[in-house]
Design a protein around this ligand. Structure first.
Ligand code: CP
Ligand code: NVA
Length: 316
């Protein structure tokens, strides 16, 4: 659902399945909360804003950052998270998705779900009495984009008016970045091989949000796409679940690598981002990942602060 009105409504009790579940004002406020919580965490100031609250983590796919950030985040906020592995839950296999939603929702205050099919987070949201947070689906990865925008804001002091180039697969990351950019008035260019462009529906949705404020471009020429960009972002060429396509994609995406040569066409101080995990030598070279321009580990740390802000807004 596109949030067209600009005001900050109460976020309590709402789901977060897509970047479009927030409007621009709410996104700005959430990033401010993340900055505040980061400062409190760094200075060792207790901030038990979710004392006694519980969070279930239902994951169908592996995770390092998403799981850890929500788990540690709940602990630091005075609550507790409970991880449920795919073997235990068997989402839609051992038990119907709607039944899982009702059972977990009867015992906890919110659910983070990482699923194979986006329709499963939608069904969880439909039947759960508590908020559902999309911890990655085949369509979107909105939690990651909260941390990405926080990292960009920390570096440039603002989001509006910047240009981000995303190079690679038009996947879940690309989709949430396009929508997050539109909400933040950030210009974005997606550079992808012709058959791997992002969903036209999401691009159209983003253009509607961005209308008159920023541009959303999709093209296939890396050099043309990165020109003048302040930020270059990439992700794996084969996402979780696409492992059998990895070899084929390595050939198709060969010209879409973030390397020193590509950076030549950008501003000399352009920021390099990657959601991680990274495949060094595929979508990004070791030299670029480890370079001064790369802020990928600050970006990974920001998952913690961004996810805490999200939890505070949805649960308190
Ligand atoms: N970036 C990200 O979501 O990492 P994980 O898959 O390790 O959670
Ligand atoms: N596109 C990747 C993102 C990992 C954080 C995947 O879905 O595997």
């Amino acid at each position: 659902m596109i949030q067209t009105h600009e005001g900050v409504r109460g976020m309590k009790g709402r789901d977060f399945l897509s970047m479009t579940d927030l409007n621009s004002a709410e996104l700005t406020q959430l990033l401010e909360t993340a900055t505040e919580l980061k400062a409190q965490t760094k200075s060792g100031q207790p901030h038990h804003r979710l004392a006694g609250k519980t969070l279930a983590l239902v994951f169908e796919k592996p995770s390092l950052r998403t799981r850890l950030s929500f788990d540690v985040g709940m602990f630091q906020l005075g609550g507790r998270a409970f991880y449920l592995s795919p073997q235990e839950v068997g989402l839609g296999k051992r038990e119907a998705v709607r039944d899982v939603a009702r059972v977990i929702g009867s015992m906890t205050d919110a659910i983070v779900a990482r699923v194979n099919r986006h329709s499963d987070v939608e069904e969880l949201a439909q039947f759960s009495p508590v908020p559902i947070i999309n911890g990655l689906s085949d369509l979107e990865h909105p939690c990651q984009v909260l941390a990405d925008l926080l990292t960009i804001k920390e570096r440039f002091g603002q989001l509006a008016g910047l240009k981000m180039a995303y190079i690679g697969d038009g996947n879940n990351m690309a989709h949430s970045l396009i929508l997050g950019a539109a909400l933040s008035k950030l210009n974005i260019t997606i550079i992808a091989p012709p058959d791997y462009r992002p969903s036209e529906k999401i691009v159209a949705q983003a253009r509607e949000i961005a209308a008159g404020h920023s541009t959303i471009e999709v093209l296939s020429d890396p050099v043309l796409g990165v020109r003048g960009a302040d930020i270059i972002y990439t992700d794996v060429w084969a996402s979780m679940g696409q492992e059998e396509e990895a070899e084929e994609r390595r050939v198709i995406f060969a010209a879409y690598q973030v390397n020193d040569n590509l950076l030549e066409y950008m501003r000399p101080d352009a920021l390099v981002l990657h959601c991680l995990p990274a495949h060094r030598g595929d979508e990004i070279t070791e030299a670029v990942l480890e370079s001064k321009q790369s802020s990928v580990f600050q970006q990974a740390e920001n998952r913690l602060h961004a996810q805490k802000a999200l939890l505070v807004h949805l649960l308190s």
